[in-house]
Design a protein around this ligand. Structure first.
Ligand code: IPE
Ligand code: IPE
Ligand code: MG
Length: 234
């Protein structure tokens, strides 16, 4: 008898990304400070990222902190930085059992030297693991492209191809982006993976990120699988 649950095999999705939005509103609805929404959102992140890997998806990207998010109240920014530091410590302990390679997308130059060191150490220690978890932190799509162009100039390139750009993005190690899920109800991309999403599919849901569940993940994946991607062809 076949006992394996093949209904949860979504390995045709090679790369999924999440705009994890709605933490603040989730907290406000409960009369809690916005910071507790971020703490709850961190738990959802861990659960959903694992659920993706369990469904055969090899690369997961999450938008955790944007280049624009520095303009938030100091207490909120500090909380998010602290949560990231805690996550890195936790991930570091689990490197051997988890088979997850963590890559940070974004400019680490604006992080404190301590957080930067921690992030780089986790990248280095997990680099031989199989699944890719990209954490976009101090990430901006425009900022990423500026970095790429600066590099190309430094390298003295004058004739530039699309591949030259793609291979210098923070996502250089990742396969092409298939699906972007945004929670929280807003219909925009907020400077996320602007080059990479040229032919990605989008899934928007009003569900606030801390409430996002495995059931809803499956709904998004089934929706994606039913779409016809034409890439400009007929
Ligand atoms: C997303 O949730 C997390 C970050 C941007 C760091 P928000 O904090 O943006 O939550 P809302 O959109 O205000 O509800
Ligand atoms: C996008 O959410 C950034 C992250 C989820 C980290 P924002 O809440 O910052 O986006 P806007 O301000 O609604 O566009
Ligand atoms: Mg938001």
């Amino acid at each position: 008898m076949q006992t394996e649950d093949v209904s949860k095999d979504f390995s045709q999705v090679r790369h999924i990304a999440f705009i994890m939005d709605g933490n603040g509103r989730w907290a406000k609805l409960r009369g809690l400070p916005r910071t507790s929404g971020h703490a709850e959102g961190a738990k959802t992140f861990d659960k959903i990222m694992r659920a993706c890997f369990a469904r055969g998806i090899n690369t997961v990207t999450v938008y955790a902190f944007s280049t624009e998010n520095w303009s938030r109240p100091e207490v909120e920014v500090k909380t998010i930085l602290k949560l990231m530091s805690q996550y890195i410590s936790y991930a570091e302990k689990k490197i051997n059992e988890n088979d997850i390679r963590v890559i940070f997308l974004g400019d680490k130059g604006r992080l404190s030297p301590a957080l930067r060191k921690k992030a780089e150490a986790l990248e280095e220690k997990s680099k031989n693991n199989g699944h890719i978890l990209n954490i976009a932190f101090n990430y901006g799509g425009r900022d990423e492209l500026v970095h790429v162009f600066r590099r190309l100039i430094q390298e003295g390139k004058t004739d530039i191809t699309e591949d030259d750009i793609t291979s210098r993005l923070y996502t250089a190690e990742s396969p092409a982006l298939d699906l972007v899920v945004r929670t929280g109800g807003d219909l925009r991309i907020s400077n996320f993976l602007i080059w990479q999403s040229a032919y990605a599919e989008y899934y928007f849901t009003p569900t606030l990120w801390p409430d996002f569940s495995e059931e809803e993940l499956d709904k998004a994946l089934l929706d994606f699988c039913a779409r016809e991607r034409r890439f400009g062809k007929v």
